[in-house]
Design a protein around this ligand. Sequence first.
Ligand SMILES: [Zn+2]
Length: 463
Amino acid sequence: MNQKNPYLQMDQQMVGDIYTSQEVMDNLTVLCDDFGSRFAGTPDERRAADFICETLNRYGLKDARLESYSYAGWSRGTATLEVVEPIQRSLHCISLPYCPADDTTAELISVGYGSPAEYEGLGDAMKGRIVMAGSASPPDLGRWVHRKEKYERSVLGGASAFIFISESPGVGPETGSLQNDQPAPIPGISICKEDGEFLTRLMERKGTVKLRLNTTDVNEPRTSWNVVADLPGKENSEEMVILGCHYDGHDISQGAVDPASGMVLVIEAARVLALYAGEQLKRTVRFVGFGTEEIGLTGAFRYADAHEGELDNLRFMYNLDAAGGASRKGVVLHRWPDLVPFFQDTAKELAANVPVGQQLHPYSDHFPFVLKGVPTGHMGDAEAPPSGRGYGHTAYDTLDKVELENLRKGSAVAARLALRIANTDNFPAQRRSAEAVQTLLDTDPGLEGYRVSLELRKGHQTS
Ligand SMILES: [Zn+2]
């Protein structure tokens, strides 16, 4: 096979630079070690946004800027969990973002993995109880069941509080928000796998187990920022492709893999595209660092609203959330069959391991764009079997876990794909109509959790 690569020289320059530079790891080190978790509402969140903005400016991007927006903020308070019957015991726990301040004493009930069938099986038994669910997805269901779906099914079932149990041993409690950009209706906390096993044994051995849960979290409005910067297209600066990733992490760790390993791929792609492809870009490549993803994809929702007028000209939004981890650096399209041949041909041209597939979930920054019909995908591997988060969303998502080699692979793929999406004269996808979006929302198996959250919202409006 002797496929001609029209971008060979730029490819060689960009990839050669990426593979002979430490810059991408240096940027990751600053984000993680200097700014910590960059959690929404902390001074380090703002310092991280400024750092990303200054770095993009230094790389020669045009008009790198912060775009501010208001959102429903949340600050962690102390949380305590006590077994009060049939024995007394204190267990370590943490509130999950958007948990309200509360004091609840109630009987504990387990919903196992938290599959739809397990929730249905509990029925009225959930009413007034503290419901606990494991973080693992049900092994026989064939899809990921997100924490938020389990929490919302608990609320719909009338639970008084929710306990989320880590599936991985030795990593402590797993965090993650209960709601998107709004205070949660009932308290939700997380405990480690080992304490979850203890509570399960206690129920099996003694029958009724009663718990007291006290939370002191604060819900109050705040401001955050998206970072936006452009390499303008020389033929058409209105049409564009976006490389994006959130920069905020969860407060209990550095968020090194999720999300910072993906954020530095966006920054590195910007660096090499500016150096070697900037003069030959036909259309604009825009780089976006989204704020407050972990508590509601809020930065991406605000971006999609504020830039509504540009969305017809947005060819593709490529979400690099956490993409510098160990996963293959492919393209997971969000139900865009017409784009498969384009990306498969491109993958051949790159002579790199870039699997192309289809899959959709509503739990990262691409989703606000999906709702608006924009062609989207994320960097990852659609063929990988579903797995848990491991140390993700725990205190152990730290810089030492990230490998320079993976950052290089991801940066190279991101830069080379962005160049092709911007420069191809016939990009084979167009914005979906509102009707087509609605059909997707109503029927896609990966959006079951989104439909549950709509049910919860409806219930709250009428009651
Ligand atoms: Zn993320």
